[in-house]
Design a protein around this ligand. Structure first.
Ligand SMILES: Cc1ncc(COP(=O)(O)O)c(C=O)c1O
Length: 370
């Protein structure tokens, strides 16, 4: 495999002097590519073979990615969507049909970060549950379904949409057993199920359940193409063939960057194929890094319960902002420390594999003074 295309690896052949594909970051979901790095990946994808472009997000490389993700998720079909925001919206809109109440987590992207698109543009009534939490309890779902069914004017719940992991809750995951209960009950009630799985490729490592196990609980599943898989933008919406068939008309209705989507997805395929392995290796390296830092005595690290891609780090004996600035100059990018607690919410991704954990620990420790 060409060096530039390696997801994590050591990027051993990358031009050291150029500094490209070298930085290690604890802030992004994927590699956090710079424009120059992305341009090189595009060059690589188009060199030496005829890359088949799409037309209005139909055909060519886009169809290839749709098939790949349908297969990875164990769904019959999938469709490219320019953004995850629109993927969630299209899913709940079509699943709801005439049953226009949609149960969502109060902390979900669909409820908080989508400008009420489903309410404003599709006339749906989103009902926020589990405020401040990731997992909706079965009793809450039951209460709303019964309340809606027994209303003075019939207004049925059509869809239950669940985000997993939950970004606003530090990427906490919904416990799989709970998910099975909630989805099983909703299904018995004839309610359709959507998964916002923007970052669901992190779930198997932490939950012990496969991508397909997670996807099987839902009628439709959205996965981001630009978070873990380093596309410029884009999303996949997967479901059964009947659901996806003809959905591109609805996609077109909402506009967006459709005319030539291939540059958005060109690097995605190979990163998706190896992501689970890269992520597991990234955590192995991170665990070693954490152990080395803790042995130093000036660092404390912890992992949140039901966490996925995050660990919390505190450092003593140095002002966190000064320390992170020094690390940045050494090519290691850390998040800002919380202004009061000084805690750094560290995001694990495959860039940690670009060097050894031992070398990284030495860099962290050397940056304590200078
Ligand atoms: C959980 C979740 N869902 C949906 C989205 C929306 O994706 P996009 O930015 O591609 O519209 C995001 C994006 O940040 C997200 O974190």
């Amino acid at each position: 495999m060409p060096v530039l295309a390696q997801a994590g690896g050591t990027d051993a052949g990358a031009d050291a002097a150029s500094g490209l594909f070298k930085s290690v970051n604890f802030v992004s979901d994927g590699l956090g590519l710079s424009p120059r790095e992305y341009a090189l990946l595009l060059d690589e994808a188009t060199k030496g073979r005829d890359l088949e472009p799409d037309y209005y997000s139909l055909g060519g490389l886009v169809t290839a990615r749709e098939r790949q993700f349908a297969q990875l998720l164990g769904k019959e079909a999938a469709m490219f969507v320019p953004t995850g925001t629109l993927a969630n919206h299209l899913a709940v809109r079509k699943l709801a049909g005439n049953d226009r109440r949609v149960l969502v987590q109060a902390e979900s992207h669909l409820y908080n970060d989508s400008g009420d698109c489903a309410e404003t543009l599709s006339g749906l009534n989103l009902i926020p549950l589990a405020q401040g939490r990731s997992t909706i309890e079965l009793a809450e779902v039951r209460r709303w379904i019964e309340r809606s069914a027994g209303g003075r004017v019939e207004t049925k719940v059509g869809v239950l949409s669940i985000e997993n992991p939950v970004r606003r809750n530090g990427h906490e995951m919904v416990e799989f057993g709970e998910l099975e209960h909630i989805c099983g009950y909703a299904r018995e009630q004839g309610i359709r199920l959507h998964l916002d799985g923007a970052r669901m490729f992190n779930l198997p490592f932490h939950s012990g359940r496969s991508l397909r196990d997670h996807a099987a609980l839902f009628d439709t599943v959205y996965v981001s193409l630009w978070k873990h898989f380093n596309g410029a933008s884009g999303a996949i919406l997967a479901g059964n063939a009947g659901f996806i068939d003809g959905l591109f008309h609805l996609r077109r209705m909402f506009g967006g960057a459709l005319p030539q989507a291939w540059p958005q997805v060109a690097p995605v395929g190979r990163y998706a194929e190896r992501y689970e392995e890269d992520y597991a290796n990234a955590w192995q390296a991170t665990d070693r890094l954490i152990a080395l830092l803790q042995a130093d005595g000036r660092f404390e690290a912890s992992k949140p319960p039901n966490g996925t891609s995050r660990f919390l780090l505190t450092v003593s004996g140095v002002a966190p902002d000064e320390w992170t600035a020094r690390l940045r100059r050494r090519g290691v990018i850390l998040p800002y420390a919380h202004p009061e607690s000084g805690v750094l919410a560290m995001q694990v991704n495959p860039t940690v594999l670009r060097t050894s954990p031992d070398a990284l620990a030495r860099i962290f420790i050397a940056a304590m003074k200078d």
